[in-house]
Design a protein around this ligand. Structure first.
Ligand code: SAH
Length: 273
């Protein structure tokens, strides 16, 4: 990830126009952002510090900043649905994904969740992705590298069908975003360390239900929960203080459970109060 120094050629920069609209550009010495409020020359951004205001050819001021990870994720090329930032953040909190962990993720898709996981596990951690389709692997790796992530070395992607089994062991967490996450569960106890979490992101509540019932039926998981995250922005301007009129109505459900060493008593509801 780029540091805190001056902007350099080749770096991704977020330009905010006078109305606050976002434009993600990759700095090239000869390039410009062509905007109806005038052209912004990248050469005027290169060498400046973050937060600088640059003037367009029409004299309008644009702010130059490094993009947040979510500015990038929402803008990058994708061919699958991605896990939205609100759901990725929630999954990271509830599956307790933290620096230094070894996290297995499947499928990798466009790499949206992969980027969030790489950041969460930090430079000492590792993300191992299983993805069935080679074209998605290429896209995800290109998206991860294009963010300029110095942690992309901590990512290992295998072209594999995860339903057929796991070849990696000593995993701290397993994160699933694929159609039938319950089909992975038979392989989990041998590869996930006890106390480790498994999480599934599913667009449909029927999938969430089938996953949770499979966790319960095995009696190997506790602290089993399913959540839906509703994010509502607020419009705040003078006396007009109200919720935004538009919301993303639905993305998906996050289900989590935690592996224990042996099956709990039949019918036991060992769980967090
Ligand atoms: N979380 C990703 C999106 C994943 S889309 C993101 O944020 O960008 C689901 C992916 O799962 C697809 O790429 C699909 O090819 C992959 N997939 C489906 N079944 C699979 C399986 N059995 N093993 C591995 N990958 C699988």
């Amino acid at each position: 990830m780029p540091g805190n120094g001056p902007f350099v050629p080749g770096e991704l920069v977020l330009l905010l126009d006078p109305d606050g609209r976002r434009f993600l550009v990759r700095l090239g010495e000869q390039d410009s952002l062509h905007h109806h409020r005038g052209a912004v020359r990248h050469a005027d951004v290169i060498g400046q510090t973050e937060g600088t205001l640059v003037r367009s050819s029409q004299g309008r001021l644009f702010a130059a900043l490094r993009p947040r990870l979510i500015d990038y994720t929402l803008d990058m090329p994708r061919r699958s649905g991605i896990v939205y930032p609100k759901d990725a953040a929630h999954l990271i909190a509830w599956a307790d994904i933290a620096p230094g962990q070894r996290v297995l993720e499947s499928g990798v898709g466009s790499g949206g969740l992969t980027l969030a996981l790489l950041r969460a596990v930090g430079e000492r951690g590792q993300v191992i992705g299983y993805e069935a389709r080679a074209d998605f692997i290429d896209l995800a790796l290109s998206n991860v590298h294009a963010f300029g992530n110095e942690q992309s070395g901590n990512l290992l992607v295998r072209e594999r069908d995860i339903y057929a089994g796991l070849v990696d062991t000593d995993l701290d967490r397993i994160v699933l975003d694929l159609p039938e996450p319950w089909r992975v569960l038979p392989h989990v106890p041998a590869k996930l360390r006890p106390g480790g979490w498994v999480a599934a992101y599913t667009p449909s509540i029927v999938q969430a239900s089938q996953f949770v019932e499979a966790l319960r039926a095995s009696r190997r998981y506790v602290q089993v929960e399913t959540h839906e995250v509703l994010l509502r922005g607020w419009h705040i301007q003078d006396q007009a203080v109200r919720p935004e009129q538009q919301m993303v109505g639905h993305t998906g459900f996050v289900s989590v459970g935690r592996l224990i060493c042996e099956p709990a008593e039949p019918g036991s509801r060992v769980r967090q109060p």
